[in-house]
Design a protein around this ligand. Structure first.
Ligand SMILES: [Zn+2]
Length: 176
């Protein structure tokens, strides 16, 4: 079932998510249903109001636009980032919780990760490219961090009014 995506200003987006002990396939289904409708490439459980350490990745929309991008889906449960590269990359990031805002964000180019997949198999991998990018963005959601926290102070000052407006909309939506 498609869920409502919480937007900037919602306190839930700033909370630390808890480890999952009982895996819910319904949660994963809701995440994929929501992502399909919203048209994003990643979605974390806190974004639909569930404070659990689960996120999904789907590069399908990118692969549709660019045939050099491999199309894949991942379910990531209780992730850890165990190593980050010194090498940094830049990418123009967006977020379903911060609509219509895109900013260049610096992050390690490759990372070593450990997580459980949807069958609760433990996976340890080195990842890079778009997968490392999405993984780090979604991992941040589990820590209550948003990509706008990682942009330069100058850029943040430039988009301050947009963020304020989103904050207001989000607060009003809660009342209504
Ligand atoms: Zn996001």
């Amino acid at each position: 079932m498609k869920a409502k995506v919480l937007t900037y200003g919602s306190p839930t987006l700033r909370k630390h998510a808890e480890d999952v002990s009982d895996f819910s396939s319904e949660l994963v289904k809701n995440l994929f249903d929501t992502l399909a409708v919203e048209g994003g490439i990643g979605l974390a459980a806190p974004q639909i109001g569930v404070l659990q350490r689960v996120f999904i990745i789907s590069t399908e929309p990118l692969a549709d636009d660019d045939s050099s991008v491999e199309s894949f889906k991942r379910v990531v449960i209780n992730p850890e980032i165990t190593e980050v590269s010194k090498e940094i990359s830049m990418y123009n990031e967006g977020c379903l919780s911060i609509p219509e805002l895109f900013e260049m964000v610096e992050r390690p180019k490759s990372i070593r990760v450990r997580y459980f997949d949807e069958n609760m198999n433990e996976i340890c991998r080195q990842i890079d490219g778009i997968e490392a990018r999405i993984f780090q963005h979604e991992y941040d959601h589990l820590e209550g961090i948003l990509f706008v926290d990682r942009i330069s102070p100058i850029r943040k000052a430039i988009i301050a009014n947009k963020l304020k407006r989103l904050h207001r909309i989000s607060k009003n939506a809660k009342r209504g």
